[in-house]
Design a protein around this ligand. Structure first.
Ligand code: CP3
Length: 356
């Protein structure tokens, strides 16, 4: 859908930002910082604008998406914005009956369990998410040289919500399908890969200058199962967007044993949770890829001196990368009751400590 907008910022105004330079492993003026789940959650200004508006509805209102995406950039001076949305937005956009329950997460009315259910996963057309194109257009104009990260859920993590019908600790139904009906599983992941690739493409074409593929729950798998049953679909997503030349970030929780494979899937930047130090992650991922992470989000509840000490450990381990190719982040999303000021102080501190 052509928007007809006239961008005020030059195309690619963010090209030389510290964040994109670090993704490309070029020299940086300081280590760039952003936080997964930096929008929403702990910010009072977020809770204020969201009052009375359901989560999924807020994702479809470009004015609101623009405001919520900008809030953490204004407040914390992070080096990148992340588009305000949710991993289930493209699934809602193709007509699946699902909702996000506060304090619970995504809930699917009729879970996907059989071959007949696959028919409900039709391809995503750009026109299904016109509000995304519109919101990103507004955002890139406003952000100027600050890069915007687009994102999507990876096929495994989306499949887990669809097959279980909601959040799951053990992913037993998901694994039952994966082990019990590999052909159905592969077809499910393939359809999700196409939807995800289409959703990321919309975001890139609208102006996102990097994309992150969240495979949040894939750490539940052993490497051999990841390689056989997940990697082909994630690779399809990364290959589909490779031609745009924007950095591709891949992240999951508890994925220490999968870091090498997640790089192999086609990521330029591999996200690392707090369980594996970045020097060890660098050995596992190998040369040629940047790393993102990995301060334990719970550390932000400790006194400032402890935050500084744990941050110093992260920065010291990142030196293994050789002076660039590190994007500072938390090892998972900002926890809901985090003091926003602790985040603001952390951004300033990392910038200062790494100024070159
Ligand atoms: O700032 C940002 O990072 C952008 C916004 C964002 C949201 N969801 C908004 C949101 C992002 C990047 C996501 C991704 C997402 N959603 C993931 C991958 C990231 C991760 O944490 O591993 C996953 C697994 C989901 C699914 C989901 N949606 C969960 C687990 C929840 C939390 C449920 C809860 O309330 O604790 C949601 C809801 C959600 N997504 C909220 C927000 C701001 C909270 C809803 C609300 O404020 O009413």
């Amino acid at each position: 859908v052509p928007t007809g907008r006239q961008p005020t910022a030059a195309p690619g105004a963010a090209h030389d930002s510290a964040f994109l330079r670090a993704c490309r492993r070029e020299p940086v003026p300081h280590t760039p910082v952003w936080f997964m789940r930096q929008a929403g959650r702990s910010l009072p200004e977020y809770l204020k604008v969201r009052e009375g508006i359901p989560m999924l509805e807020s994702c479809m209102r470009p004015d609101l998406v623009k405001e919520i995406t900008l809030q953490p950039v204004r407040r914390h001076r992070v080096d990148a914005a992340i588009y305000f949305s949710d991993i289930v937005v493209p699934l809602r956009a193709i007509g699946l009956d699902l909702d996000i329950k506060p304090g619970v997460g995504p809930v699917v009315a009729d879970p996907i369990r059989s071959r007949a259910d696959l028919e409900r996963l039709r391809p995503l057309e750009p026109g299904d998410v016109g509000y995304v194109t519109e919101a990103i257009g507004l955002l890139v104009d406003e952000l100027g040289a600050t890069p915007l990260i687009g994102f999507a859920g990876a096929p495994f993590t989306l499949a887990s919500y669809l097959v279980e019908g909601g959040p799951s600790r053990n992913h037993e139904r998901t694994k039952a399908m994966m082990y019990g009906d590999p052909e159905l599983w592969a077809d499910l992941l393939d359809r999700l890969a196409d939807i995800t690739a289409a959703f990321l493409t919309v975001q890139i074409e609208a102006g996102a200058s990097a994309v992150q593929l969240f495979d949040s729950w894939v750490g539940a798998l052993a490497p051999a199962d990841y390689r056989r049953s997940v990697l082909p679909a994630s690779r399809k997503v990364f290959q589909a967007v490779a031609g745009h030349g924007v950095p591709r970030i891949h992240f999951g929780v508890g994925t220490g044993e999968l870091l090498g494979l997640m790089g192999e899937a086609g990521a330029d930047v591999v996200g690392v949770d707090w369980r594996v130090p970045l020097d060890e992650a660098h050995r596992r991922v190998g040369p040629g890829k940047a790393l993102q992470g990995n301060l334990d989000p719970a550390v932000l509840f400790a006194p400032e001196a402890a935050v500084r000490a744990k941050t110093a450990e992260v920065l010291a381990a990142a030196e293994a990368l050789g002076g660039t190719g590190h994007i500072f982040n938390l090892g998972h999303g900002v926890l809901p009751t985090t003091d926003p000021d602790a985040l603001t102080r952390l951004v300033a501190h990392v910038h200062e400590a790494t100024a070159r």
